[in-house]
Write a new protein. Structure first.
Lengths: 485, 196
């Protein structure tokens, strides 16, 4: 068991400065929670709140007059609302991937970023969930989506992929929330024990559920945490797969393909990491967390973005190849329509932002340059939005009969709602970054190098126990280190 | 039901290696019973050093997963084939491949709730306005080994043991519930402190 600890610390040395102690983590992470928000925060919050209006006004208007203002028509019945929905669900994939899959693969660098990435996941899925609710038109009866014992004893149709989607997204949201909250419990306890007045002590005590840090509790906690990771890992992969079934199970050319589930999941991880990067680059600066979210962390995330960019690029090419190989007239037309048809600019925006620009991350200088990676991450977000737009709109607008073809463009109302959804998301994230512990303190502490390297006990051992020469050497080194500090 | 409350000696450490070594020695070499430790983060190997059993929480979650799958599948079959069968294009009423996604999701949902609630139950966690803690530094940067002792003789032995093993601080408190192997924080405040 000691070997395990040492190995863990070796991995971490490249990521975190060996000088960081447990109390530094506590102080630095809790500091923003205890002080009045700074001016940059107020400005950002003001902008985000203004953007929320861009969401609320069109949606309220739509409640009165119906969906007509929103550009959707025949044959394009799924417009920007569904594009936004799938875009935001995709954004919401990075968090649980980081917290579950990277946990199972023992990637310790996740500890610095998992809390904020999971928060981002939860907020992104919340924003995503708004779109189907308003898109159904009569939002006040949206509860018809779930099976409940209705007065007409009707049930929902379990044979429909749209219903699978309801289950997938709500389950994903709930499980992400529970998983996130479990991770928060020890950190609320830290906040509770450091609270300056009775009010906050009471609030944090309630939030921490009376956590005391007993090894017996940690034993259950760790087991439950690992079980959550095992549950959440296939869940992450299932959610966007099921979202892609909405399309893949239909017969529309460009949608009816078996590559959709992995293609969607890769795209989701791609866009999710880009969004995490966009947020973290700002957050680490704003809250002085540069020691914890280091350049190495950002570089590792850029590598994930690069890898998923390649998968996404491969999927694009594969779609074209299969269209040609299938000898299916409508499919072939669809894939000529995308790069050369009415929406060609959307297609080339997607290719540029998703496949070409991320290739810059092959260069280490660019991968470790913060302003450049920030810009690239925004390009990736734009590209992924256009990817959804391409898949949904272009496939629908020219399907089978030329007589029923049509061209769809989002109206100003659609664009307003899209901008507004970013406002809702940023508002939630800004509130989170103020009132929650933004780093998983307990997990981060577990990956720190030990303060004394066990020198006290080993020093004691020397006198009454015979020890190997190697361990003596270690002891000496450790005591020297202790003197330095 | 009367609780058997015994005093306990606390040894403070700031290093996981130290805590692991000293815990192992206290339990194996010195034969102290019902040891507990308090740490700011999960220290790997501490459950072995304390001789704790594997937690049952994840097993409960796995059963819930299977139960959720079973119930989810059953519910879909019941609504679609028994309660109100609807013929859609002559497809079978129990179109089982179409039910896999919902079945899977439902099982995961049940397992997650079970997992978290069982964890809360096992650790005795519930929202409370006041939490009494052994030391406010446990959630920050200190690790505490708790040695419950039965008499003055054992108490002296525990203090000596922790002193010899370079504890940063040693404290004696009243109120370790030996029956439930938990500290009774509320009933008894700390009584004494031995500073080296």
């Amino acid at each position: 068991m000691k070997q395990f600890l040492e190995k863990e610390q070796l991995n971490e040395k490249a990521l975190l400065s060996p000088k960081i102690r447990m109390e530094h983590v506590t102080n630095d992470v809790l500091a923003p929670m205890g002080r009045f928000p700074s001016l940059p925060w107020h400005i950002a919050f003001g902008i985000a709140q203004t953007m929320v209006l861009f969401f609320l006004v069109p949606v309220a208007y739509q409640m009165f007059i119906g969906l007509g203002k929103f550009g959707i028509m025949n044959p394009v019945g799924w417009g920007v609302y569904i594009v936004d929905f799938v875009f935001w669900v995709g954004i919401g994939h990075a968090g649980t991937l980081i917290s579950a899959i990277l946990f199972l693969f023992r990637q310790n660098w996740r500890t610095a970023i998992n809390r904020s990435a999971e928060a981002m996941t939860i907020f992104a899925v919340m924003v995503a969930g708004l779109f189907p609710l308003v898109h159904v038109g009569r939002t006040w009866v949206a509860y018809w989506l779930v099976p409940y014992p209705a007065e007409r004893s009707l049930w929902v149709t379990f044979r429909s992929p749209l219903l699978w989607d309801v289950f997938a997204v709500t389950t994903y949201f709930t499980v992400s929330l529970l998983f996130w909250y479990q991770g928060l419990i020890p950190d609320w306890a830290t906040a509770r024990d450091r609270a300056k007045n009775k009010f906050f002590r009471t609030v944090y005590s309630i939030l921490s559920f009376g956590w005391t840090g007993s090894a017996r509790d940690w034993n259950h906690y760790e087991r439950a945490y690992r079980q959550f990771a095992f549950l959440a890992a296939p869940l992450v992969l299932s959610v966007h797969s099921i979202v892609s079934f909405d399309f893949a199970v239909s017969l529309i050319p460009g949608w009816h393909t078996t590559i959709f589930p992995p293609y969607f999941v890769a795209g989701a991880i791609f866009s999710g990491f880009a969004m995490v990067l966009t947020l973290l680059v700002v957050m680490r600066k704003l809250y002085g967390l540069e020691h914890y979210i280091t350049l190495k962390h950002l570089e590792l995330m850029n590598q994930v973005i690069l890898a998923t960019s390649l998968i996404v690029g491969y999927s694009y090419m594969s779609e074209f190849y299969i269209a040609w190989y299938s000898n299916h007239e409508y499919e072939q037309f669809q894939f000529l329509d995308r790069p050369f048809g009415v929406y060609k600019y959307c297609f080339w925006t997607m290719i540029t932002c998703n496949v070409i620009i991320p290739q810059l991350f092959w260069v280490k200088k660019i991968r470790t340059n913060i302003p450049i990676m920030f810009v690239i991450s925004i390009f990736v977000n734009i590209g992924m939005w256009f990817e959804r737009f391409n898949i949904f709109i272009i496939s629908l607008h020219d399907d089978f009969l030329p007589a029923s073809w049509g061209v769809y463009w989002p109206t100003l109302w659609d664009i307003s709602v899209t901008i507004g959804s970013f406002g809702v998301f940023f508002t939630l994230f800004l509130v989170f970054s103020r009132v929650f512990p933004t780093l998983a303190m307990a997990e981060l502490k577990a990956t720190l190098p030990s303060p004394s390297n066990g020198s006290r006990l080993h020093g004691h051992h020397e006198s009454d126990d015979a020890h190997s020469g190697q361990e003596h050497g270690e002891t000496k080194q450790a005591s020297e280190l202790a003197e330095v500090h | 039901m009367a609780r058997i409350s015994v005093p306990a000696v606390l040894g403070f450490y700031d290093d996981a290696h130290d805590l692991l070594d000293v815990t192992e020695r206290a339990r194996v070499d010195e034969k102290f019973a019902n040891l507990d430790a308090y740490t700011p983060y999960p220290v790997h190997g501490l459950e072995d050093a304390l001789g704790l059993k594997r937690s049952w929480v994840s097993t409960a979650a796995r059963f819930a997963l299977l139960g959720g799958w079973f119930l989810g599948f059953l519910f879909q079959s019941w609504t679609s084939a028994i309660d109100w069968p609807v013929n859609i294009g002559g497809k079978p009423f129990i179109a089982w491949p179409a039910w896999i996604p919902v079945t899977f999701e439902f099982g995961v949902l049940m397992a997650s709730f079970t997992n978290l609630l069982c964890m809360f139950y096992a650790c005795g966690l519930y929202p409370r306005p006041k939490t009494v803690v052994l030391s406010k530094r446990i959630t920050n940067d200190r690790m505490v080994l708790v040695i419950p002792v039965k008499g003055d003789e054992e108490e002296r032995r525990a203090v000596e043991f922790l002193g010899a093993n370079h504890a940063l601080k040693i404290k004696i408190i009243d109120g370790f519930d030996a029956q439930r192997q938990r500290l009774i924080f509320r009933a008894t405040p700390m009584t004494g402190e031995v500073t080296r």
